[in-house]
Design a binder for this molecule. Structure first.
Ligand code: ASP
Length: 347
């Protein structure tokens, strides 16, 4: 007889036949992504899925019964993108107007609605792990500025030498931003090819996010960013704000957003998507599309989101010119970056 050891929850799932098919969905930011950036982002999202998926899948040591953890999976996926210079998070984050990196992140789990958020960190490679520490090791939900920095260092984060997260392309993006400003151009947004009435901000887009559901039906979400190029020092965006950049609730779904933060936070994009699922009975896809469209129609700013519904259905939509997204099904990497184009390749 083959004996397996597993937790009570996994056993309950087995007996009551309530296993959910695990899913990990990632995004690599929305905006005016240049063609030169596409291969790096596509590869980086695949690497993020490779980092996160082993933590999400039921473990073979337990006869395939013991479920992985959505929370571990989203943290690992986001960490992989934070260390990748192709994204605007961690290493490669965009620069504020003083030429410095100030990063922010949030993480949330949907069983008890626990969350951790951080902002205005500097010279720390994995802001998402600091956010998780806030969630798990404090009685608070959101830490910012020098206290957050001290907390990060006291909880195992490495203080890198000043400027270690700054890349040449982030410097170039700031230079271009300042040039446009000095020419009196509107740097709030820049026109896209999609629709000349919809405008996008210049700079390096590439906030990162991950949403996962594990076999127990637990949903978790993580989002991390450097914000927007040329931001005033001390500016805080949507990414660390619950209901804007991140939200997770096992009952209704999980959402990670990206795009113009000032727009997203005024609209509460993540929460609007959850409301569409909850009150309008929409699928994750419809809820995401409707909310992103309404946001841009009402406020003008663009953005996008990835969503997993409570039964594991997925939603991907954006009003920006481009948004990188990806997931794995049947050992195939399914991804995209342009409107109306879904690509597939072996995982
Ligand atoms: N939402 C981020 C911010 O405004 C930027 C982005 O998603 O690209 O801080």
């Amino acid at each position: 007889m083959h004996v397996v050891h597993c937790t009570k929850a996994a056993l309950h799932n087995l007996i009551s036949n309530t296993m959910t098919t695990p899913m990990l969905l990632v995004h690599g930011g929305a905006g005016d992504i240049s063609d030169a950036r596409v291969p790096g982002k596509t590869k980086g999202m695949k690497l993020a899925l490779k980092a996160g998926l082993p933590l999400l899948m039921p473990s073979p040591e337990c006869g395939g019964i013991e479920a992985g953890s959505a929370l571990d999976a989203v943290e690992a996926a986001v960490r992989a993108m934070e260390e990748d210079e192709n994204f605007n998070a961690g290493y490669g984050a965009c620069l504020n107007s003083d030429g410095n990196v100030e990063v922010e992140a949030s993480i949330m789990e949907g069983s008890r609605l626990q969350a951790g958020c951080v902002t205005l960190l500097h010279d720390i490679k994995y802001p998402i792990s600091v956010a998780r520490c806030v969630m798990e090791r404090t009685n608070h939900t959101f830490l910012g500025g020098e206290s957050a920095q001290k907390f990060a260092l006291a909880n195992g984060a490495e203080q890198l030498p000043a400027g270690s997260l700054v890349t040449q392309s982030a410097r170039d993006a700031l230079k271009q931003f300042k040039q446009q400003q000095s020419e009196g151009k509107d740097t709030t947004y820049a026109p896209t090819e999609l629709d000349k009435t919809i405008k996008e901000r210049p700079g390096e887009p590439g906030t990162v996010g991950a949403v996962a559901i594990d076999a127990k039906g637990n949903i978790a979400v993580a989002t991390s960013t450097g914000g927007i190029t040329g931001k005033v020092a001390g500016r805080i965006g949507d990414t660390p704000l619950l209901g804007c950049g991140t939200y997770a609730d096992n009952k209704w779904g999980g959402v990670s957003t990206t795009g113009h933060g000032e727009t997203i936070m005024r609209f509460n994009l993540a929460q609007k998507i959850i409301a569409n699922i909850r009150y309008c009975n929409m699928s994750a896809q419809e809820a995401t599309e409707v909310a992103c469209k309404e946001m841009t129609e009402r406020l003008g700013g663009t953005g996008g989101a990835i969503t997993i519904g409570p039964t594991g259905d997925i939603g991907v939509a954006w009003t920006s010119k481009r948004m990188g997204w990806g997931y794995v099904r049947n050992n195939e990497y399914i991804y995209g970056i342009d409107h109306g184009k879904v690509l597939k390749e072996p995982f």
